[in-house]
Design a protein around this ligand. Structure first.
Ligand code: ADP
Ligand code: ASP
Ligand code: MG
Length: 483
């Protein structure tokens, strides 16, 4: 069975194990996720609650991120404490004040219990930071636990607000139920054990509305961990799958998935529909609007994902589902991944020699370097891989070691690293079988005087990727978008 078929089977088996509130069993269940940009201050929490309370035709499961900027602040705080930088105390005070202020603004005369609760949580954090400052090392475990606290606080605030408006609402700390492990391919969810824990939790908390902490989880030994930066989208899809939602709404600060990053291409337009595959490719190549792992559980269950604007709730946003938009043109979106480097293995001695590529990839795998893009000319004269900038020194050392004999004997002339590389990806299901898309892209980039360093096209023909100098990247993106 393929890993995907296995995931589908596991999810199909676990999705019915979570009980529905008996009096509402006939209602559908909708999952929502609100990002930090939708939770910046008390007004934002009010807006989010209004969106939720307006929709009373479904059982509602709502995953939240930390308030905007809080995860960055927590990471900076932990690092400052570990460096014994005394400045951490003022950063801690600012976080404390921001949360207490939001609680008072949001809950007014009902804010007492939340303020007491927040004070206690922030005092616990200060104790942890003091211990870090004594140890002087940013212990991984401590950092894992600290960076997820913003989600715990924001979920508390949203639940308290919904209750203060007179609606029953449960609060689920994902660290109690969501079991994950960190492997080479990213975060892996232990679906069975998470579903069993959630089923237990649900029998004790049968409320119609549930607010859940995004981003955070536990590992197999019960330690707090996270799903990686921007991971609350993935949390949204995981809980949508576990609760057997009929759809997932991811609420953010733009009108859906746009044809390119709006900060780089102001004329980017929202897309009505995307296939799961298109969304995956765009996310993988840098479209921050959705975390790449989000699509997997949704795809396995055929669960549609709607990306929507919290600040314009009437806008339909982008629907990500199987099939996408068959009437649309071949290229649906462009994305840009940066902080990359090209590693080029070049030599006439590689021509016709079987196994060279295999040795390149084995060396990179052993050095734990993940490859973003691969390109080999048909002359076999060089193999070019794009890797993350942070990994490029490791990649170079590993390849130098593996090919030391060939380098000495001259079959391989050089292993070179080019830093400051970005990859521009053009994505669209309709590119398969549409001739001329690549030619048009290259011609557009040529006219914009962008020098292309390497090109790759996946066999699925859903993605054409072009590596170029980071200095040219935003000009290239705007030119390609116009083209
Ligand atoms: P949230 O806090 O809701 O998770 P993020 O900041 O993580 O929001 O993601 C939303 C941001 O992603 C947008 O404000 C936008 O600047 C950026 N973005 C990058 N690429 C795209 C794209 N193709 N479509 C929409 N937004 C994009
Ligand atoms: N708060 C976390 C982050 O900033 C997770 C998320 O927002 O998705 O990365
Ligand atoms: Mg996000």
């Amino acid at each position: 069975m393929s890993p995907f078929a296995k995931l589908s089977a596991t999810l199909a088996a676990t999705r019915h194990t979570i009980a529905r509130p008996t009096d509402l069993a006939q209602l559908p269940l909708t999952a929502h996720k609100f990002g930090g940009s939708s939770l910046a201050d008390a007004d934002c929490f009010r807006r989010v609650a209004a969106i939720l309370l307006e929709r009373d035709d479904a059982i509602q499961v709502t995953v939240v991120s930390a308030m905007q900027g809080v995860t960055n602040a927590l990471i900076a705080l932990a690092q400052a404490a570990a460096r014994r930088d005394a400045g951490w105390q003022s950063q801690w005070s600012a976080l404390r004040e921001r949360h207490l202020h939001t609680a008072r603004e949001l809950l007014a005369d009902k804010s007492g219990a939340s303020c007491v609760w927040l004070e206690a949580r922030l005092a616990d954090l200060a104790d942890t930071l003091k211990a870090l400052a004594v140890l002087g090392i940013p212990a991984r475990e401590a950092l894992d636990a600290i960076q997820g606290l913003g989600e715990v606080w924001s979920a508390h605030l949203l639940r308290a607000h919904i209750e203060s408006l007179g609606h029953d609402c449960a609060l689920l700390d994902a660290r109690d139920v969501l079991v994950v492990s960190h492997g080479e391919l990213g975060v892996a969810v232990d679906w069975q054990s998470s579903a069993a824990r959630l089923a237990d939790w649900r029998t004790q908390h049968p409320q119609r509305r549930v607010v859940i902490t995004g981003f955070v989880a536990r590992d197999a030994s019960g330690r707090a961990t996270t799903l990686g930066r921007n991971g609350s989208d993935f949390s949204g899809a995981i809980f949508a799958a576990l609760f057997d939602a009929r759809e997932l709404h991811i609420w953010t600060d733009v009108d859906g998935v746009l044809s390119a990053d709006p900060r780089l291409v102001p004329e980017a337009v929202p897309l009505d529909a995307l296939s799961y595959e298109e969304a995956c490719e765009l996310a993988y190549f840098g479209a921050r609007v959705i975390h790449p792992q989000t699509m997997l559980p949704a795809m396995a269950l055929g669960l549609p994902i709607h990306i929507r604007n919290t600040f314009k709730p009437a806008h339909p946003g982008t629907c990500i589902a199987s099939g996408g938009d068959s009437a649309a043109g071949p290229v649906r979106g462009l994305s840009l991944a940066d902080q990359l480097a090209i590693v080029n293995v070049e030599g006439a001695g590689m021509i016709g020699v079987p196994g060279t590529a295999e040795r390149v990839f084995a060396a990179l795998r052993d050095a734990k370097v993940s490859v973003v893009m691969i390109s080999q000319g048909s002359s076999e004269h060089s193999i070019c891989v794009v890797v993350r900038a942070a990994d490029c020194a490791r990649a170079e050392v590993a390849l130098d070691a593996v090919f030391s004999r060939e380098l000495r004997q001259g079959q391989i002339q050089a292993i070179t690293v080019t830093p400051d590389i970005s990859v521009l990806a053009a994505v669209g299901d309709g590119m398969a079988g549409t001739p001329g898309v690549a030619a048009q892209l290259f011609a557009t980039l040529g006219r914009a005087q962008v020098n292309i360093r390497a090109i790759a096209q996946g066999a699925s023909e859903r993605n054409i990727s072009v590596a170029l100098a980071s200095a040219d990247a935003s000009r290239a993106l705007r030119a390609a978008h116009a083209g």
